[in-house]
Design a protein around this ligand. Structure first.
Ligand SMILES: Cc1cc2nc3c(=O)[nH]c(=O)nc-3n(C[C@H](O)[C@H](O)[C@H](O)COP(=O)(O)OP(=O)(O)OC[C@H]3O[C@@H](n4cnc5c(N)ncnc54)[C@H](O)[C@@H]3O)c2cc1C
Ligand code: HEM
Length: 398
């Protein structure tokens, strides 16, 4: 239990941290990754370049500082981050490295203002926060459907949209995984550990990919969009998977993770419709959810809404149609942004029934704008579920 004095000091320093939070975390990453090069095998260096992870960490540290009187209110956020940490195989021994470097960065940025009392209070607070993460993550490691990184073989590759390739993988015998007994929760993601050789890269690169089918009959399926941005190098791992990974190759995967899943208690009823709202490659987890829903209860009303640039980039057309055919009450709407207006509150008002349970997946901008539109429509907040393909905290206002 943190002392009253420690909690008072931590709360009193929140405004200073708010002012310097992003500078502190950027310095923290620079120092930590400079002195612990082995961590470059875990952290996504493009996220560092873009500042996404530093913002997420700063937000979380501030949220923790504000809630220092009762850290249990952070638990839902810790669980969500814990899934990512477990998927990336972050271990308890990593926490002191982060703690030491975070405190050093605070000292460096605040200079004389960082008195020994302040530093000690933050050391205690960090330790309390780290203990919560470690205990939440221990449960996740215990419950993971396979330990650590296990070898899988690519058994099929299929182009499922102009920029999207679907991979089907099966566990290699050395993994000891029995595919037929693997519990799959639609909405969860796999994490792939790769070692792309581009630009003499010496480090592993880890990325998450959503499982795109509820069935494991032919293997585990995930689909990858080739990430391209004007005037930027192509995405490291998506380019590697698209160009260099073929049938027969091995991929190392950590066990499915994530808390994006259908509301269990609504699957078997037929009054509250399921709305699946996808943009681009964001269709991946939603397709698995669609398949799961029609397998469990095909009578529940389902509305599938998919936004895509044009017809050639529309992903999973065949798979979506096959799954929707099994539903007795379904509607499919496709919006091509090349020629139609984007999805806005008017569109959502017309097409999403009030009270529907809604699952959204797509780019950050897409998801943030959908969340904002639903807020305008006063759609029940706990009926909106979403999965950004990047740090989730950046989308959430804590
Ligand atoms: C929970 C979750 C589920 C996901 N599911 C899927 C999925 O099902 N399918 C899928 O395709 N993706 C999915 N993703 C995204 C995926 O994990 C990767 O982030 C994505 O494939 C990009 O990785 P990359 O290595 O190819 O790109 P990175 O190398 O990480 O680059 C990302 C982007 O930055 C640009 N870039 C490269 N270098 C720089 C630079 N120096 N400065 C600025 N920009 C730069 C690249 O062009 C690229 O567009 C998911 C992510 C999460 C968190
Ligand atoms: C209490 C301490 C920590 C906090 C508050 C924290 C917070 C976060 C947050 C908010 C995210 C983004 C989650 C998301 O994607 O939604 C994240 C991701 C991540 N964390 Fe942590 N974390 C902590 C400890 C650690 C440790 C000890 C390590 C390993 C050294 C680590 C490595 C990572 C990595 C690799 C990611 C993925 C993002 C990327 O690759 O850029 N974290 N963490």
């Amino acid at each position: 239990m943190l002392s009253t004095q420690t909690r008072t000091i931590v709360k009193a320093t929140v405004p200073v941290l708010e002012e310097n939070g992003v500078t502190i975390t950027k310095l923290f990453y620079k120092n930590m990754l400079g002195s612990h090069k082995e961590l470059l095998n875990i952290f996504n260096r493009v996220n560092q370049a873009k500042g996404a992870q530093p913002t997420a960490l700063a937000t979380t540290v501030l949220a923790a500082a504000k809630q220092i009187d009762d850290l249990s209110v952070l638990l839902p956020h810790v669980e969500q981050i814990g899934h990512k940490h477990r998927a990336l195989q972050i271990m308890p021994e990593h926490y002191p490295i982060v703690g030491e470097n975070l405190l050093n960065a605070i000292k460096q940025v605040l200079g004389d203002a960082a008195t020994p009392e302040i530093i000690n209070a933050w050391a205690e607070a960090y330790s309390a926060i780290a203990d919560i993460f470690i205990s939440v993550e221990k449960k996740m490691y215990d419950e993971a459907v396979w330990p650590s990184w296990q070898p899988f073989e690519v058994v099929s590759r299929e182009q499922v949209g102009s920029e999207i390739v679907e991979f089907t993988v099966k566990p290699k015998p050395a993994s000891g995984i029995d595919l037929d007994r693997l519990p799959i929760i639609a909405g969860q993601y796999l994490t792939v550990k790769t070692h792309p050789s581009r630009h003499q890269n010496q480090y592993d690169a880890l990325r998450h990919y959503s499982i795109c089918s509820a069935s494991t009959k032919d293997g585990l399926r995930f689909a990858v969009k080739l990430e391209t941005e004007k005037d930027k190098p192509n995405g490291l791992v998506s380019e590697y998977l698209h160009k260099d990974v073929s049938i027969g190759d091995e991929l190392l995967l950590s066990a499915p993770a994530g808390d994006f899943k259908l509301d269990e208690k609504l699957k078997n009823q037929n009054e509250i419709p399921l709305v699946l709202l996808a943009a681009g490659v964001g269709a991946t987890p939603l397709l698995a959810m669609l398949e799961e829903q029609v397998t469990v209860n095909s009578k529940r009303p389902i509305i599938w809404i998919q936004s895509s640039f044009d017809e050639s980039s529309l992903a999973f057309k065949k798979h979506v149609d096959e799954a929707l055919q099994k539903a007795s009450n379904s509607k499919k709407i496709v919006v091509y942004t090349e020629s139609q207006s984007r999805i806005d509150d008017k569109f959502l008002k017309e097409n999403v029934p009030a009270g529907a349970d809604v699952y959204i997946c797509g780019s950050f901008n897409f998801m943030q704008s959908m969340i904002d539109h639903f807020a305008v429509l006063k759609h029940q907040q706990d009926a909106i579920h979403y999965e950004p393909f990047g740090p989730k905290m950046a989308t959430v206002k804590v």
